[in-house]
Design a binder for this molecule. Structure first.
Ligand code: 4AD
Ligand code: MG
Length: 497
């Protein structure tokens, strides 16, 4: 058996492929099968004269997603999907599929999400999962090459680390247990044993918001480093993101193309340093007249673009009636593009004035909302690392600066409105201060005894961060919603399939 992504090693040879019918078309004595096998798609041509009677019968009975085995000769063919064509000499049907619910026509997202178990077979979903896999592998490569040890933190936990409002509570033999919101507290213990560690596992948040950035179950990768301060923490995060982006660009160009990703938005990351600033500076930028003017300019340019698109739409509509067949097709394609873009512009008309108002009225001390992050990032083509946050809005474990008012936290914001992909900090390493924090926050002291031990027995400066895998996949793939970045998303209102 040969896999489709290996066909280039078998030109002019006879191979056997096993897979499913992705697309099917027949014309007289020819059958064209776009076959997928998990590694790619290849065009297979069955000519009635080249195959046995039973093989021809099988080939003509095929339907979308039927499973089959094909034997044929590999021909290089640039015009074909995947760059090869199989001239078939045998077809063996494994199963003729029932009518497949997902057809090439446009389906709504709800329908596709209800059929997620099948939707995963579609090209774009397939490509996104391949990129996800590449990102995971790049993360392991990056850390293993730097002598970090992967260790695992528990999923059942007695500790609330990231606030009590998003905890999933479970009954643990008559005791309360929570599903982990983060592996961090355990990561700190592990870093004191091994120096440099990372955890990578599922984390849970009872997020009651239905946004494009929130899942209730998501994967977080969390390095924790003994003897690292905030600066070193930022350097590590920046190097890691750059490595991930570089790796995906190198190894998954085909998948990015399927996703229609504009890679010129990713390439600046390879060489340019990320932007770093303190929270206060970010607030100033957000509230500045320049930012307000920038948003006004964007609105004005949308207005102009809308006028031009509507004019073009009128013109090609007129042309359509008398156009040749190939041109009609072209026009129809362009009409779809125009209507998608006009919808986006509509959305901008609704959003941008609100974003502007929220940016102008932002008050120092608040956390950035999704729109504030988007507006901030409109000015940069590389990630932005925001540090020195008002301590009140950050977690109890973050170390504070000399004024005791700012937390040595860092948020990494992705470009293009993808928002926060990393949250991290230097950790409070002083026993007394940590005692106070736990008291101030009204946390259960007993539960944190073990965590305080880390400050009793050889405490050292240390830092770490957590990167949300799904938000990172969304950004790198250019997907507008995290639901398409994980095989089976769990969100408010979505538990099945
Ligand atoms: O900023 P967060 O809450 O940080 C922590 O949990 C720290 N304990 C991590 C650490 O320092 N070891 O979450 C980290 C990242 C966010 O930046 C975001 O990418 C992702 O986790 N994240 C979510 N992703 C999807 N859905 C959600 N509901 C998420 N909440 C956080
Ligand atoms: Mg955060």
């Amino acid at each position: 058996m040969t896999y489709i992504n290996q066909l280039s090693n078998h030109i002019d040879e006879t191979v056997t492929l096993k897979g499913w019918v992705y697309n099917y078309r027949s014309s007289g004595s020819l059958v064209f099968i776009e076959m997928r096998d998990g590694t790619g798609i290849s065009q297979c041509v069955v000519a009635k004269d080249d195959v046995s009677e039973s093989a021809w019968e099988g080939a003509t009975a095929l339907k979308q997603e039927s499973s089959l085995e094909i034997t044929g000769t590999v021909k290089a063919d640039e015009r074909s999907i995947g760059g090869f064509e199989i001239h078939v000499n045998d077809v063996s049907v494994i199963q003729i599929a029932e009518d497949y619910p997902i057809t090439p026509k446009d389906h709504g997202v709800e329908f596709l999400m209800n059929n997620r178990h099948l939707w995963l077979r579609s090209q774009r979903q397939w490509a996104a999962m391949r990129v996800r896999n590449e990102i995971i592998f790049a993360i392991h490569t990056f850390f293993q090459d730097r002598n970090f040890v992967q260790m695992d933190s528990p999923i059942f936990t007695g500790n609330a680390a990231e606030g009590s409002t998003t905890l999933f509570e479970t009954d643990y033999f008559d005791e309360k247990a929570y599903l982990a919101q983060t592996g961090q507290l355990y990561g700190e213990a592990l870093a004191m044993a091994h120096g440099l560690i990372y955890t990578f596992g599922p984390t849970f948040r009872a997020e009651k918001s239905k946004t494009r950035r929130h899942l209730t179950e998501f994967w977080m990768m969390e390095p924790e480093m003994a003897f690292y301060d905030l600066e070193m923490n930022m350097d590590l995060a920046e190097d890691m993101i750059r490595f991930i982006v570089k790796t995906v660009l190198e190894k998954r160009p085909k998948e990015l193309e399927i996703l229609g990703r504009d890679i010129s938005k990713l390439t600046p990351l390879i060489n340019k340093p990320f932007i770093r600033m303190k929270y206060s500076e970010a607030v100033d930028i957000l509230k500045s007249e320049e930012t307000a003017a920038m948003l006004d300019n964007i609105l004005a340019s949308r207005k102009q673009e809308e006028t031009e698109l509507k004019k073009e739409r009128e013109e090609i509509k007129k042309e359509h009636g008398s156009a040749k067949k190939w041109r009609k097709k072209q026009i129809e394609g362009r009409q779809v593009e125009i209507s998608v873009r006009l919808d986006q512009i509509e959305e901008d008309y609704r959003n941008i004035p609100q974003w502007k108002e929220s940016a102008q009225n932002f008050e120092w001390g608040n956390d950035f909302g999704g729109s504030d992050e988007t507006v901030l990032m409109m000015q940069y083509d590389v990630p932005l690392i925001v540090t020195h946050w008002p301590a009140e809005i950050k977690a109890f474990y973050m170390k504070r600066d000399e004024t005791n008012t700012l937390a040595l936290g860092m948020d990494v914001l992705a470009p293009e409105g993808y928002g926060e992909i990393i949250g991290g900090s230097q950790r409070e390493d002083d026993l007394e201060v940590m005692h106070e924090r736990i008291e101030e926050e009204g946390l259960d002291k007993e539960v944190f005894e073990w965590y305080l031990d880390l400050r009793k027995f050889g405490t050292v400066p240390h830092s770490g961060y957590g990167m949300g895998l799904e938000r990172t996949v969304a950004w790198i793939c250019g997907l507008s919603h995290v639901r398409e970045t994980i095989p089976f998303p769990r969100m408010m209102g979505r538990l099945r399939p």
